[in-house]
Design a protein. Structure first.
Lengths: 220, 266
């Protein structure tokens, strides 16, 4: 990966390497050279990578957490260019090569979605996730682990730790799990604990109903 | 000879790390291996007492790391097994006296000379634990069938995993057979289910452990003790031997289910 300073900020050329690899590399680089990147305005040349709003939005959030402003995306892919435009991340490096083509508005069936993080592992005691958005865990959340999300929390496994959904006050946030037995469950400003239960656990969803947190079996 | 480093840890104090280290060291030596036990609990050393070698300490771990003595000078030979050695911790210093890199270097220089290096970790998750973990090839996490010990074991396993050390195996120590029978104790099944790491040992609660600890004669030397036999089995399993599980008079079926979990977990 090539990093150089230009007039508008720092230009990082990721060339045509696979997005997942190169993204992690970039974050690692930024962590290593914190001082250099802190407060920097970053322009990313992603080559031929096809990136959608979810990926770019996620990157922007991760970078923002590290004090780096993602200012622009430059790409050869038209999809990526459109995504970047949508997110207001425009930059002009590859523009000379851009092909002109007939613009036709696509039918409005592509959902933008909302930002979420995915944790594909069991969260053991002492592990914590705090995220502005939704949190999805594919694994168990053990007692002593903590999830704080401004949105919803979905656990595909046993939820036994502490969880706070709608941490910024969203009362519509929900928490669901295959086995919903959290140490403590918070939604917005309400708090609940898990009552003693018998029998096999079943998937449940917890939300605020008539001013208190209620868990109900998952209907499918 | 390429020695393997086994680190014994638990997070919580008092669950049996030192007892396990001493017994495992002796068990491995009795199986004919050359073994070094290292006590990394600097400032609160105990392993020398449990092994009954307290009165022979001249040099310790910190002396070796600081170059005050040669490695061989700090290795105390056991009275019973001539292929068993102890490198004791310093009592007058603290955990910051050595760094994880020192432990890696020390163990690397021991690997050519011994079969097994068994490291006793201090309680906690700070420097001492990091020192003990750094050189590990195998990590044995000890817990008791008790909620707080299991919670700490879970935390420790998480930390070991994030250091990418392992394989991790679990030892459940001090299982009280009558309490389990009456349903008054967390069952070994529940512990294994929560921690989700392969089990390598189930050690029953046994008065003989306390008696032998006080005499500096680890319980594994006592053939009549169930706990002693359990420790010997752990040593055998560590060497890849398949050893049937001791009947602990648990509820019927539990051990069968555990057995399934173990074979599935490897």
């Amino acid at each position: 990966m090539e990093i150089k300073g230009i007039k508008d900020g720092i230009l990082v050329n990721l060339e045509n390497q696979a997005w997942q690899d190169v993204k992690d590399d970039l974050i690692e680089q930024i962590e290593e050279k914190k001082d250099f990147f802190l407060g920097a305005r970053l322009i990313l040349d992603v080559g031929n990578n096809v990136l959608r709003a979810k990926e770019l939005g996620e990157l922007r959030d991760v970078l923002a957490d590290k004090g780096v402003v993602l200012k622009g995306i430059s790409s050869l892919s038209i999809v990526t260019q459109e995504t970047a435009q949508l997110l207001g991340l425009t930059a002009k490096v590859h523009q000379g090569k851009k092909k002109s083509r007939n613009k036709m508005k696509p039918l409005d069936t592509v959902l933008a979605g909302e930002s979420a993080v995915m944790i594909h592992r069991t969260m053991r005691s002492g592990f914590k996730v705090a995220y502005k958005g939704h949190v999805v865990v594919l694994g168990d959340v053990n007692p002593g682990a903590e999830i704080i999300a401004s949105g919803c929390v979905v656990v595909w496994g046993k939820l036994r730790g502490t969880v706070h959904a709608g941490a910024e006050g969203d009362e519509e946030a929900v928490v669901c799990a295959l086995d919903l037995s959290p140490m403590q469950l918070r939604i917005a400003t309400r708090v609940a604990t898990t009552p003693k239960r018998d029998g096999e656990p079943q998937p449940e969803i917890a939300h605020i109903k008539e001013n208190q947190i209620t868990a109900e079996p998952w209907q499918y | 000879m390429t020695g393997k480093v086994v680190t014994i840890t638990s997070g919580k104090g008092g669950v049996g790390k030192t007892t396990t280290t001493a017994n495992l060291g002796i068990a491995l030596a009795s199986l004919g291996y050359k073994v070094v036990c290292i006590d990394t609990d600097i400032g609160l050393r105990n392993l020398d007492v449990v092994l009954g070698l307290e009165n022979r300490i001249v040099y310790d771990l910190v002396d070796v790391v600081e170059g005050q003595c040669r490695l061989a000078q700090a290795m105390i030979r056991d009275k019973r097994f001539h292929e068993l050695f102890l490198i004791p911790a310093a009592q007058t210093r603290d955990k910051t006296a050595i760094a994880p890199s020192d432990m890696v270097r020390l163990c690397d220089s021991l690997r050519d000379e011994v079969d097994w290096i068994v490291i006793d970790s201090p309680a906690g998750i700070e420097r001492g634990f990091r020192n003990a973990l750094a050189p590990a090839d195998n990590v044995l996490v000890i817990t008791n069938p008790e909620v707080s010990a299991v919670r700490d074991a879970d935390r420790i396993i998480g930390l070991v995993e994030s250091e990418e050390k392992g394989p991790i195996n679990l030892i459940i120590n001090r299982i009280n057979t009558t309490m389990v029978k009456n349903g008054d104790m967390v069952s070994a099944d529940d512990v294994v289910e929560l921690l989700a790491v392969p089990l390598i040992g189930l050690v029953p609660e046994d008065e003989a452990v306390l008696v032998s600890t006080n005499h500096g004669q680890p319980v594994v030397l006592n053939e009549k003790s169930k706990a002693g036999r359990a420790f010997l089995n752990i040593a055998k399993r560590l060497n890849g031997e398949e050893v049937p599980w001791l009947a602990l008079d648990e509820k019927k079926g539990i051990l069968n289910r555990l057995g399934k979990f173990i074979s599935g977990g490897d």
